[in-house]
Design a protein around this ligand. Structure first.
Ligand code: DOR
Length: 444
């Protein structure tokens, strides 16, 4: 009898647990059912992927989609459309919305808003604050919750856990991964005059300097070791932190961003002004080189885009009134594929950083691997396509990217979420049908 599937992906170069191999993949009911030679099988829908690579779906574990409260910058529909356009199958969204997502109700509200409007799968971080510590252990297990997020230093919004005492209390609650923005609030306040006097974003990385980041990471790791709690250090930007964190991998997992791997001071500030302003900042080439070494030696576990849209009008305000953050969810895949084409990392390492890494760190179930039984999530890419990233292509409501005009080799040509083709050749297809991501400790 002929084997039948809902969908067969034929002849693609697939990155699987066995390596990178030309193979067919059979999908039914949203799951991967077979990997191998499926010449004898048929399906309702078939895609000929000759000449294309089939990656496990890319998961972006750090985005800010601004809903509720700041929808003029982005919302869950536009943010997830940008994700789908960029080859991203799932996103973890940050809690610095308005109001901040610091309650179970706020997580549930975001899930309800995403229903029928999100193009890709999603989970939401619960923000830690002085007034919700007693609830964190219960609320972090909410279906659709990605874990706990802590801001040690002020950034966009008012979420903040600046002191060791409160941070220790947060670390004592619950069991899930705690993702931390490491910048030392005391040092930021002490040095704010540098930004105020500077009036040019080129001082951003001098105000929010290496010591500001390193000090916070060191404080965090000391407390995490004491609490025997594993923490995830978001967007690591300095050579010093990479060296320090390499010695503490038993408690710390490490993220960096495509922006920090690609842009560098002072050039980016001269060229882009406040459009290169983000927290923690883009730093000099010495630090960028260190981030690449940490990609090569395995210290980095995951890439997050830190997609943080602000309108042009906001970004055009004189520094430091200009807000920090830039778009990234849609450019993560093409920017990183370009690095692959330049030989800076292998395709397999990129998959490790964007699929296997997120699954391992956050305890995702059924995603992050091209394996039978897993969700049929795929990022289909053309490794040879030469394209130019432009603002016109950006689906984010804010409509700009720091990579406008960048020539890249490598492009996402289709996004498949649980067996549904949601983007093909730049067109969104069907209706938004993203679902909450499932986790070991809180199955949806
Ligand atoms: O640059 C940033 N922008 N860093 C953050 O931590 C927050 C983000 C935002 O939400 O705008």
């Amino acid at each position: 009898m002929t084997q039948t599937f809902d969908l067969i992906l034929r002849h693609g170069l697939a990155v699987t647990p066995n390596g990178t191999e030309r193979t067919d993949i059979g999908v039914s009911d949203g799951r991967i059912k077979a990997i191998g030679d499926l010449r004898a099988a048929s399906a309702a829908e078939e895609m000929d992927l000759r000449g294309l690579a089939v990656l496990p779906g890319v998961i972006d574990t750090q985005v800010h989609f601004r809903e509720p409260g700041l929808e003029y910058k982005e919302d869950l529909a536009t943010g997830t459309a940008a994700a789908a356009q960029g080859g991203v199958v799932a996103v973890f969204e940050m809690p610095n919305t308005k109001p901040s997502a610091t309650t179970a109700d706020a997580i549930d509200d975001k899930l309800a808003r995403a229903k029928g409007r999100a193009w890709v799968d999603h989970a939401f971080f619960l923000g830690a604050a002085a007034d919700n510590i007693d609830h964190l252990a219960l609320w972090e297990r909410r279906p659709g919750c990605a874990g706990i997020k802590v801001f040690m230093g002020s950034s966009t919004g008012n979420l903040l856990v600046p002191d060791d005492e409160t941070l220790a209390e947060v670390l004592a609650q619950g069991v899930r991964r705690i993702a931390v923005h490491c910048e030392d609030e005391g040092r930021l306040a002490e040095r704010k005059h540098l930004a105020d006097a500077g009036a040019h974003p080129r001082v951003h990385h001098e105000w929010r300097d290496v010591e500001t980041a390193l000090k916070a990471s060191q404080r965090l790791i000391a407390l995490a070791e004491k609490a025997r709690r594993r923490v995830h250090v978001l967007h690591v930007t300095t050579a010093e932190e990479m060296e320090f964190l390499a010695d503490h991998k038993a408690v710390a997992t490490v993220e960096t961003t495509p922006q920090h791997l690609t842009l560098a001071a002072p050039e980016c500030y001269e060229r882009l002004g406040s459009y290169a302003q983000m927290n923690p900042p883009i730093r000099g080439v010495h630090h960028r080189d260190a981030l690449w070494r940490a990609i090569a030696n395995g210290v980095v576990d995951v890439l997050g885009s830190d997609h943080a849209p602000h309108t042009r009008e906001e970004k055009d305000r004189p520094y430091p009134q200009s807000p920090s953050g830039m778009t990234g969810v849609q450019t993560l895949v093409p920017v990183m594929l370009d690095h692959v084409s330049q030989g800076r990392l292998t395709l397999e390492r990129l998959v490790d950083l964007t699929s296997a890494g997120p699954a391992r760190i956050f305890g995702i179930t059924g995603k992050g691997r091209t394996a039978v039984g897993y969700d049929a999530d795929f990022t289909i890419v053309d490794l040879k396509a030469e394209r130019i990233i432009t603002n016109d292509w950006i689906a984010s409501r804010c409509g700009w990217t720091p990579f406008d005009g960048k020539r890249v080799t490598g492009w996402p040509t289709a996004t498949i979420v649980r067996g549904r083709v949601v983007m093909r050749d730049g067109q969104l297809l069907g209706a938004p049908s993203g679902l909450p991501v499932r986790f070991q400790e809180c199955p949806a």
